[in-house]
Design a binder for this molecule. Structure first.
Ligand SMILES: Nc1ncnc2c1ncn2[C@@H]1O[C@H](COP(=O)(O)OP(=O)(O)OP(=O)(O)O)[C@@H](O)[C@H]1O
Ligand SMILES: Nc1ncnc2c1ncn2[C@@H]1O[C@H](COP(=O)(O)OP(=O)(O)OP(=O)(O)O)[C@@H](O)[C@H]1O
Ligand SMILES: [Mg+2]
Ligand SMILES: [Mg+2]
Lengths: 465, 465
């Protein structure tokens, strides 16, 4: 007869770590760096801090013979963490500060822990975390993860004075990595991060002691993304019940206005009339049938304003233009930002750029750069919606683009919830609303490219005469 | 300042249900059916029971206007469940009987719960489970899931007499689905399941009351897969520490022989000598350094026998041949089963078939059928390793195959751990060892195809003279 078992979420992601991007020492060291950098950038940007991030990978033994043991160290000047949450933030899977409706790189409460977990199972090491929120103290923890219980084990715990009122976080641990195989991707990741985060100072020291400095190109930071309330179209029975549980509203009308974005007096009344629920009804008294009625009505009601995108923080045309120019020095650039759209109640903005000539490679198809919430996506290109739109759906011939045209396409999507297909955050699912935005954005820049190419063609023919 | 939160695994997969294949009502009803059928087939096969599975999707309101509310009911004659685990098996995420080293369809402890969860958040319904292990009692539970706590809530609980000593499980709940959009995929899934599970009786009744019967083509069942012990190459520090925790071995030599597959007296001694660990050492006394030394040595030692594949249950050439013939009635078939291989200590067997002519479509590229542990994979084809090998790596021209050749390729992989790329089990990651097996298997059948095509070509030229 069968034996039954429950496992913790840490154990689940330990057993299935390839699903989170920790497949082998080469992929794991890449995922380690990207998860840590994304945590540091979030910790700076959310709080309007110009990021200063220092990353070092140093060999634990020489000579290096990959795969090898490395010490990973990352330092940032972000908001830091309060002492009491440090062990859980770095030692408990499904714990974090990003379970909100807000545009952040982090979303699962898992990434930093996966990096530490992989280091622990390959080197038996301990992770050291030092952090301060910028007050008079900084806190140092040495910890390991109890994977079966999904609990941090604090080995050591020190409090230091913080005279300089430094704020930030330092994370240090050992891990097995194949740096020589991952190097190109790691450098690519940092370089592309510098394109979309041009206000950050990134310093990377590799195992051979080589310095890579990505100096900030501007001190102008885009407005930080803000937390928003749910849109009615994002509501299902579970979400509704949770809001009812915590509400102080004494009427359904007030409930609608308080808990949903962009619902005012008249929208609330009209919707409740459409849903056939009395606007005076006490939310906590709704019956099961009324809850189902509400959720069905919310899906069918067409009178809601579209989701508010002011909470989002897109790159902007200027930043995208500058980044593409710096990366490819092209003969021609066109960028376009679509108006905000939504899928399942989540607002999102698509921004694209197309570059022609200059350093754009002449062969090997269209060079595609993909970004989501300012994160460069470097793997599984062929599974991504942007790849499908760029290569299968766009009719480039219509815009005078032929197989050998040196073309690069940049796609950035920002949202309160990026529809990643996997926990490893490498590609985006093909949602029809997202597909619609990407293809229309590409057609817009392709139009400008087409005008340029026809002029260029015309001038070249003139020259020949 | 940031606020921190921990969430349960049920909450994690609720928020990220698209990662588990529950994206929208059309995809969700497909995923619901496949997760339930896979549970029923496991419950039969693991125990050598000829499967009798009955699936019914019935509309909760007429006329149907998709997406719509449906009642889902599935009955099987499998091994059933003991009363005390029924609530957790169907109401607690990351709970199950398949966290073992054994070839089963289930692997995550999540699928059945996702189906019930999606039904609950779209219809506020309750799930009814009736099960018996074939003794004098059967047990009926009505339950819902507390998603935030990841605990089942038992609403009702009845014990019935079981005079007929029936064994099996019945699962029933309501869910929102878009059956008209999902219908083709659901029927395809059942039809392809019948190909690789020809000893099962499957009955499906759709929302319009139409019966689809897939009668068993044979009563011969392949030997059931068995549970196996870890192979040394599958060991990391965490796994080693867990085995040390539970071992009764008093020497490292005995530890090696008892806990690892295919390690006998001489292999144990030779390996421990290679690892520079005394074979008399008590496992529970190993120091941290010795644990690291052991794990590093295990990766580098080349004297281990390859992982034992006798625990696996491949389809077999005859079954594959019969299934392909029944599906496509081709002019020519070739099938091949590779010898067992391994990745990361997990044994796997690749079996392929190629079919030409008959009902194979003449256009639209090579028709690819993918299976893993006898599960048909119907989505995300372009991301799957078999697609890449079939379309990007195979040089079909070399085998006389041209763009309009009516060709179908079948790939089945069985393993104690299928390297799925996602929790939704729709495509397989490109592990180099798996890629190697698939391409060599395809070349083998392509050779036979090539001989056939050249004969056919020759005979057609003869005819023309
Ligand atoms: N460098 C840092 N500075 C400040 N806070 C941090 C830092 N790194 C991690 N944290 C905190 O620890 C939490 C957990 O991080 P972790 O990477 O595990 O998950 P996440 O970033 O929330 O989501 P994801 O799994 O998508 O990365 C974060 O939510 C954040 O609150
Ligand atoms: N029809 C059934 N008959 C017998 N046992 C069942 C049945 N359905 C589910 N179970 C039991 O419930 C457990 C949980 O099922 P669930 O589908 O949630 O996870 P799983 O099958 O173990 O893994 P996966 O998430 O990969 O499907 C199973 O492991 C099995 O023990
Ligand atoms: Mg993170
Ligand atoms: Mg299952």
């Amino acid at each position: 007869s069968e034996t039954f078992q429950e496992i913790s979420p840490a154990d689940f992601f330990y057993r299935n770590r390839d699903i989170a991007g920790f497949t082998n020492p080469s992929r794991a060291i890449y995922s380690t760096i990207r998860e840590l950098v994304e945590n540091s950038l979030d910790a700076c940007e959310i709080n309007g801090i110009l990021p200063e991030i220092y990353i070092r990978i140093s060999p634990e033994k020489e000579p290096i013979s990959d795969p090898s043991i490395y010490k990973i160290r990352i330092e940032d000047n972000g908001i830091g963490l309060p002492s009491n949450v440090i062990p859980s933030a770095f030692g408990q899977v499904l714990f974090g500060s990003k379970y909100k409706l807000r545009q952040t790189r982090g979303t699962f409460g898992l990434g930093g822990k996966m990096a530490i977990l992989y280091g622990q199972i390959t080197t038996h090491g301990q992770a050291k975390i030092i952090s301060s929120i910028g007050d008079s103290k900084s806190y140092e923890y040495t910890l390991t993860m109890d994977i079966q219980k999904n609990r941090p084990i604090v080995i050591k715990n020190k409090t230091h004075g913080n005279k300089s009122r430094w704020h930030g976080t330092i994370v240090e641990f050992t891990t097995e990595g194949d740096y020589s195989r991952a190097m190109a991707k790691i450098l690519d990741y940092l370089k592309q991060t510098a394109i979309v985060v041009p206000y950050a100072n990134l310093t990377f020291v590799d195992p051979r002691g080589r310095f890579y400095k990505f100096d900030r190109a501007t001190t102008l930071m885009p407005k930080p993304p803000t937390e928003t309330t749910p849109h009615p179209h994002g509501i299902d029975i579970e979400t509704l019940k949770r809001i009812i549980d915590v509400t102080n509203s004494r009427t359904m009308k007030d409930f609608m206005k308080r808990h949903f974005q962009r619902v005012g007096e008249s929208t609330a009344r009209k919707f409740l009339e459409f849903a056939d629920i009395s606007y005076k009804r006490k939310p906590k008294n709704l019956t099961q049938e009324e809850i189902v009625k509400f959720v069905n009505a919310v899906k069918n009601y067409e009178g809601f304003l579209s989701p508010d995108a002011t909470c989002l923080s897109p790159l902007g045309k200027e930043l995208l233009n500058t980044g593409i120019k710096k990366e490819l020095n092209p003969e021609f650039i066109a960028v376009h930002q679509r108006r905000a759209a939504a899928y399942s109640g989540y607002p999102f903005i698509v921004e694209v750029g197309v570059a022609y000539g200059g350093d754009v490679p002449k062969s090997g198809g269209i060079l595609l750069y993909r970004f989501a919430n300012r994160i460069p996506l470097l793997f599984d290109e062929a599974s991504d919606i942007s790849y499908k739109v760029t290569n299968d759906m766009m009719n480039w011939r219509h815009y005078r683009v032929v197989p050998d045209t040196p073309l690069a396409v940049f796609v950035h999507i920002c949202s309160t919830k990026i529809p990643y297909k996997t926990v490893g955050k490498e590609f985006i699912a093909d949602r029809p609303e997202v597909e619609h935005e990407v293809i229309n954005a590409l057609r817009e820049v392709a139009r400008h490219l087409s005008l340029f190419l026809s002029k260029k063609h015309h001038m070249e023919r003139e020259k020949k005469r």
